[in-house]
Design a binder for this molecule. Sequence first.
Ligand SMILES: [Fe+2]
Length: 564
Amino acid sequence: MEKRRRAEKLVALLRWFVLVLGSVVISDSIDGSRIAILASVLGVYNAFVTFCTFSAARFAKCGRRLSDICRLIDTAAISLVLAVFANSESVAWLLYWFVLVSSGYSNASLRRLAYDSATVLSANALATLYAASVNGSPLTQVAYVLSIRSVGIIMGALVAAYVAKVRSQDELVSERGCYLQAILDCGTKLTRFRDVRELAVYVLQSAVTQSGAQGGELLLINDETNEMEREAFHSLAGESADVQGPPESLIRSYANWVLSTGKEFIVKSSVTSEEQTSSSASSFERDNHHAIAVPLQWQSSGADNEVSVLGVLVVWSAPGEDFAPDALDILKIFAAIAGAAIVNLKLYTTLQKSFLRTLQSLAASLEARDEYTRGHSERVMKVALMIAEELGVPSESMEVLRSAAELHDIGKIGVPDAILRKAGKLTAEEWETMRRHPIVSEEICRPLGLPDEVLFLIKHHHERIDGKGYPAGLPPEQQPLLQRILVVADSFDAMRSRRPYRDVMSEEELLSELNRSAGRTMDPTVVEALKRLMDRGDLVPIYAEHDRLTGISVRPSRENSKAA
Ligand SMILES: [Fe+2]
């Protein structure tokens, strides 16, 4: 489709040149006003064609028939000139060469060219005979003119056939090169995806482009519900043109057939296959769409070598347009690569989740050893999420904040209990050990493949807004909002909980400490959001369990009084 669009775009640009050239050629024998009218009409027509060919989406909407219609209009326009305006000596018939060569270049098909050549020969014969009858030309002159023009047109057809052959060979070499490159790219890039949906979109876009389809859909079996779900949709005609593809119910019926048989599904108007006997195939064909559906398979490496179908890749052509002969093979290669990549990604995700859960449990058990820190990470996570919500942080950032908050202190595993539980002031050496825990946290979490944003938050949860924090002493402009929120939530939980070196703070002491820290160690905007939450009593449920276990409560507590 894309190659056809580019060829048709070039033909449309050449048509402007031919239009000017043709107007000059016939200006000797035709009145100038008539040339102006004809050139204006053809100019409007070519402006529309040029407009359609400058965008893949517009060209897809125009349909494959655009180039066939263009050849017919060009032939009709030239024939009109020959029949009505030109005399027998006019060389305007040479413009038929443009029709033939553009057909050979655009379609690269000898069969299509033979059809266009026959049309041009017939149109020329009719135009020549009509002009001769109007002018009353002698029969011998008519035969002579017709012979000369027909021979000239056949020569033009031979040149066009050469163009079509060269172009089809070039296309073959170029397409094979593109396929190989696309398959290579696909194999390389698929290992980098960490999300099945992103992977599915990439595979589908590559498959649609390389198979010359107009659009496609990738469906995967949901492991929990065992139902097939649309994972990706792609159309060259744009998302809004969904309705231009086959109905979703029909795609589903094809996918179900592929799923149950494990075989590919082909619908072609010129092919009689067992699939086409199904009612679904018949109705699909009535829509004049052609489609290919292939299974996404994975073969286990066990002794049984069992083949599982993970999903289905369905692509469809523009209405009435055939797929290239090797489109099915290309799609099968993409489906095989995608199947293996999806299985690997699911295994990776499962392992990652398992490691993550293990680490979270480890962090929780580490905190549970000490009554002062028990539940700290969970409370920090809840407070941080509430502040983020208060500040209107987008929902997609919440998961980043949640993961970072749950694991931010895992590095304390490397800090001896004697330092963690020390009631007195830490020595310089002990303090240095303590200051390393964010770095250790980040190092422990890095192999999990967590997003860089999460690792950044973990590493920098002890930075200060005045740039005097640790471990990096980041200046404020390098501290993103999520990190500032985590700093405030972490500090607040430390203030709000009982510590070995001090009792729990009263609310006045808490507010005083927050006000003192705002703009010095903590972001004042984030602190204000936290104070609003405190004022509304929103944090009370988070600390209910902590206060019950430690037998304390914030005194006197505006949170508690509001909640009550
Ligand atoms: Fe910490």
